[in-house]
Design a protein around this ligand. Structure first.
Ligand code: ADP
Length: 340
C-alpha cells in the first residue's frame, strides 16, 4: 500500500536548497543572487535563505556584493543530494532519506517498509542515538564520522534465504571499501568487515514475513569512516581513517556499495544461491584457514574454518577430521588470538 504525503514547508525549503546547491556546483563561479533567482524562478529572499541553510550544513560559500555567491568547499556529507550526485546504481538508492540525527536507521527503515516504500529505499543518518548491533548490542554511531544506513529490500524469497543476503551485502561493502580506499578490507564471516584485523563495519539484517514469505528485509550497515578515536570499551574497533591515515569521502563508499550490491543482488535473485559469489567471498574472507572458536554452542567447539557453502554456512574441520556446517546466527565466531 503506497502512502502519499503532501509537500510541507520544510520539504520545499530542502528542494530549494538542493536547487541552489546544484546551480552553484554546475556554474563553478560567482553568480549573483539576481541571476540565481531568475534562473530558478524564485525570489531573492528564497535564494538567500537557501544559501544560509547550506552554510549551516558546512558548505563554504563566498559572497561579494558585486559578484554574488561562489561555492568553495562542500562538506564530507551524506545527504541524499550529495549521494545521488555520484551514484550510478538505478534501483538501490532510488529513494534516499537523510537525517541529521535519528534513533536507529533500522527502526525508521522498518516504518517506511510497513508504509509501502520502494525496494532500494535507503535511510541514512549522520548520527544514531540508539544504533544497534546483533542481540540488541549497542552500535556506537557518532556524528560526522561514519555511515549509518539501512537498505530496504523486498525479495520474493522464503525467509530462510534472508541471512544469505547479509553475506551478499557484506561482500559488497568489503569490495566497496577496498575500491574507494585501496585498503585491504576483509570479511569476518558472516558479515563484519575488518581492516588489519580490526572491525570497521558491522551489518545487522532484520526481516518481516507475511504468509510464510519475506515481506521486507532491512540490511542495516555501520561503517567507521573518519573516526579518529574509539572508546576504551571498543578495543577491536577501527576506522578507515585510522588504517589509511587520511580522510575518506563517505558518499563515495555509500555509492560504491550500492552499485556493487545492485549487481550482485540481481544475480543472487536469479540463482537463489551464493554459488555465483562464492569465489569472491572466499577470497575476501579472513576467517578461512584459521582456527576459530564457536561461541554460543554448548561445546564451544574449536575447529579450522575451511570453506563457505552455497547457502552461506561456514564449513569447519574438527580435530577428528570430520567436517561440519555452521549456519549464520547459530554462533559467533572468534579467532583464538583476538577478534579475528
Ligand atoms: P559481533 O561482532 O559480535 O557480531 P555486532 O555486529 O552485533 O557484534 O556489533 C555489536 C558490537 O560491536 C558491540 O557489542 C561492540 O562491541 C561493537 N561495536 C559497537 N560500536 C562499534 C563501532 N562503531 N565500531 C566497531 N565496533 C563497534
Amino acid at each position: 500500500m503506497a502512502v502519499f504525503r503532501f509537500m510541507t514547508d520544510t520539504d520545499r525549503g530542502e528542494k530549494m536548497k538542493e536547487k541552489v546547491l546544484f546551480y552553484l556546483k554546475e556554474q563553478n563561479d560567482y553568480r549573483s543572487g539576481e541571476e540565481i533567482s531568475q534562473k530558478l524562478g524564485v525570489t531573492r529572499a528564497a535564494v538567500w535563505k537557501a544559501i544560509n541553510k547550506l552554510r549551516e550544513e558546512g558548505y563554504e560559500i563566498l559572497s561579494s556584493t558585486k559578484r554574488g555567491y561562489k561555492l568553495m568547499v562542500s562538506p564530507n556529507s551524506i545527504t541524499a543530494h550529495e549521494i545521488k550526485e555520484v551514484l550510478k546504481a538505478q534501483r538501490m538508492g532510488v529513494d534516499i532519506r537523510y537525517y541529521d540525527e535519528i534513533d536507529s536507521t533500522n527502526n525508521e527503515a522498518k516504518k517506511l517498509a510497513r508504509e509501502g516504500c520502494l525496494e532500494g529505499t535507503v535511510v541514512i543518518a549522520d548520527c544514531q542515538k540508539s544504533g544497534r548491533g546483533r542481540l540488541g548490542r549497542v552500535w556506537d554511531s557518532p556524528p560526522g564520522e561514519g555511515i549509518w544506513m539501512s537498505l530496504i529490500l523486498r525479495p520474493h524469497l522464503l525467509p530462510t534465504y534472508a541471512s544469505q543476503l547479509t553475506l551478499v551485502a557484506g561482500n559488497s561493502m568489503c569490495e566497496a571499501i577496498s575500491k574507494v580506499t585501496g585498503l585491504k578490507a576483509k570479511i569476518k564471516w558472516p558479515n563484519d568487515i575488518v581492516v588489519n584485523s580490526k572491525k570497521v563495519c558491522g551489518i545487522l539484517t532484520e526481516m518481516s514475513t507475511q504468509m510464510e514469505c519475506i515481506d521486507y528485509v532491512i540490511i542495516g550497515i555501520g561503517v567507521n569512516v573518519n573516526t579518529a578515536a574509539f572508546k576504551e570499551e571498543l578495543p577491536y574497533a577501527t576506522s578507515l581513517l585510522l588504517e589509511g591515515h587520511q580522510e575518506y569521502s563517505r558518499k563515495a563508499v555509500v555509492a560504491a556499495f550500492l552499485e556493487c550490491f545492485e549487481a550482485d543482488y540481481d544475480q543472487y535473485l536469479t540463482y537463489q544461491s551464493l554459488s555465483f559469489l562464492k569465489e569472491r567471498y572466499e577470497k575476501n574472507c579472513i576467517t578461512l584457514h584459521q582456527k576459530v572458536k564457536l561461541i554460543g554452542r554448548a561445546d564451544n567447539l574449536v575447529a579450522e574454518a575451511v570453506g563457505i557453502t552455497d547457502e552461506g554456512s561456514l564449513v569447519v574441520k574438527k580435530e577428528d577430521g570430520k567436517l561440519e556446517e555452521v549456519s549464520t546466527g547459530e554462533v559467533s565466531v572468534r579467532g583464538l588470538y583476538g577478534y579475528i
